[in-house]
Write a protein that binds this ligand. Structure first.
Ligand code: SF4
Length: 330
């Protein structure tokens, strides 16, 4: 806690919890009242605050802010809910008893937990605890809304790394030589990313922005790719094509962590199955090409194992396995 400077004013290093950006900040407390929030440039995410962060004292001090648990005393639908202030212990006991009763009578699956989005609310700091409580109750149900950017941020790591990356992570913008924003405007969505990107541009990094609008840092981008809304996939496919043609990918990684080695049927466009190639083949298995011995090999998705060493898998086959076992020059 910051020391009193002698006139009843204290400066307290903190961070703004109002979204996942968690911008480092200095809170000014005057005579015990929180009066202002300012950026803390000594903090990794403290180069700037958005208008919401600057308005934090209004949120904290607003006369309508809910500061205590309230209990409804009239039936739902009544014109006046009859809110009555209760203590925290009574509130917790009431909620725990209701949850335990529902779980006991109908099973824990009957209980649904719900939350504001952690990306854009103060739930950012509490969401993990809420999930721990949900798991302790045994409920699989969690209702949470998510912003458009959240789907990409959460699901892209799941597809890329096999697991979600916690929302508070910061890409390595300090060391990035090229930064790609795809439908992302951190100037309004995540200030810490915007300020870190501006610093990266000052030291010479290149920025590419894919966005129908020239929004935020798009005006400073080396390339602003103004796609028509809904055509992102075409751009992504085109970029992927160029990367494949020019070999701009890590072959070992692609063999080990993607489905690129798996063969696709020409006639159906679907992945070739083990029973379509091997006499005793398993329909649950897929098929790749062992480039060293020029033969098909099975892949078991349940174990993630090929019937050969992964380093031998062909990524650019000169032979493609057609349907029903025929070999067909590509
Ligand atoms: S971007 Fe704004 S709301 Fe989010 S943490 Fe920073 S100052 Fe707070």
């Amino acid at each position: 806690m910051g020391a009193d400077s002698g006139n009843g004013v204290r400066q307290v290093p903190t961070f703004c919890p109002l979204c996942v950006s968690k911008c480092g900040a200095i809170a000014t407390i005057k005579d015990g009242t929180f009066v202002s929030l300012a950026p803390d440039p000594s903090h990794p995410t403290g180069q700037a605050l958005c208008i919401k962060g600057k308005a934090a004292p209004e949120v904290v001090n607003h006369r309508d802010r809910l500061r205590y648990p309230l209990k409804r005393t009239t039936p739902k639908g009544a014109a006046d809910p009859g809110w009555q202030r209760i203590g925290w212990d009574e509130a917790l006991d009431t909620i725990a008893a209701r949850v335990a009763a529902a779980a006991g009578e109908h099973g824990p699956e009957s209980v649904v937990f719900a939350s504001a989005s952690p990306s854009t609310s103060a739930m950012s700091d509490s969401i993990d605890w809420l999930n721990r409580l949900r798991r302790a109750v045994g409920s699989p149900n969690f209702a949470v809304y998510m912003e458009l950017c959240g789907w990409g941020r959460m699901l892209a790591p799941m597809f890329t790394f096999g697991a979600p990356v916690p929302g508070a992570y910061l890409p390595d913008l300090d060391n990035a030589g090229c930064i790609l924003f795809w439908g992302y405007n951190p100037s309004v969505a995540r200030l810490a990313h915007a300020t870190a990107t501006a610093a990266a541009l000052r030291r010479g990094a290149k920025l590419v922005v894919v966005d129908p609008r020239r929004a935020g840092l798009a005006s400073k981008a080396a390339h602003w790719l103004r796609v028509r809304p809904g055509t992102d996939a075409a751009l992504a496919m085109a970029m992927t094509q160029v990367m494949i043609e020019r070999g701009w990918y890590d072959e070992d990684f692609v063999r080990r962590w993607t489905n690129a080695p798996l063969l696709v049927r020409r006639d159906t466009g679907r992945l070739l199955r083990g029973n379509e190639v091997f006499a005793e083949g398993d329909p649950a298995h897929y098929v790749a090409w062992d480039g060293q011995v020029a033969q098909p090999v099975a892949y078991d998705p349940a174990t993630g194992q090929y019937d050969t060493d992964e380093s031998r898998l062909a990524l650019r086959p000169h032979l493609i396995w057609g349907c029903c076992g025929s070999q067909d020059p590509a």
